[in-house]
Design a protein around this ligand. Structure first.
Ligand SMILES: [Fe+2]
Length: 185
């Protein structure tokens, strides 16, 4: 494993989170996104994918590392979260964090960043919900202008497409334990 792809273990991530004054509900959200992302990546690995589980775990735990600060500064927390984690030397994890709101569109394979981004869109606060419910919340909370709403709708569409591609890899689609929700998928 190259130095560029050093990955912090779970306890290191938790220590970084503890040192960053995260709001408690954002910390809980991150723990649940991590649980979902890791469970999903494991499930996909059982179907022949080759995700680095430790990298996904770290990126999911740290994806909102600067979110609390962004609420007062207005900074782009994907970019500042990426910079904060890169400053620790975890460049691979940092790049996933950079993409957690809007993953780079890539090839046919589902990227690790798409897994983390998707998990983030299935967890409202600390609860697994449908994409529909999560995006309704995002629109209500952040859809302050037509441009904001357009951006959120585009993200919803993008995430639905990730979901469709994930479902193709899972024989049971989304009727699996860790993603079941009253609202469906
Ligand atoms: Fe975020």
């Amino acid at each position: 494993m190259s130095e560029n792809h050093a990955v912090p273990d779970r306890s290191t991530c938790l220590a970084i989170m503890d040192a960053s004054d995260m709001l408690p509900h954002i910390r809980l959200h991150s723990l649940e996104v991590c649980r979902v992302a890791v469970a999903l990546a494991r499930r996909l690995n059982e179907r022949g994918a080759r995700y680095d589980i430790a990298e996904i775990e770290a990126a999911a735990l740290l994806h909102d590392i600067t979110k609390t600060r962004s609420l007062s500064t207005g900074e782009n927390h994907s970019l500042s979260g990426c910079a904060a984690v890169a400053a620790h030397g975890y460049h691979g994890v940092a790049d996933i964090i950079r993409q957690h709101v809007a993953p780079d569109s890539g090839g046919p394979d589902i990227s690790a960043a798409e897994i983390v981004s998707y998990a983030d869109k299935r967890v409202l606060h600390d609860r697994v919900v449908s994409l529909h419910e999560r995006f309704a919340y995002l629109k209500n909370r952040y859809g302050k202008s037509p441009l904001d709403i357009e951006r959120i709708d585009a993200a919803h569409q993008r995430t639905r497409e990730i979901e469709r591609r994930i479902a193709l890899m899972l024989p049971g689609g989304f009727h699996v334990d860790f993603l079941d929700s009253p609202g469906g998928g």
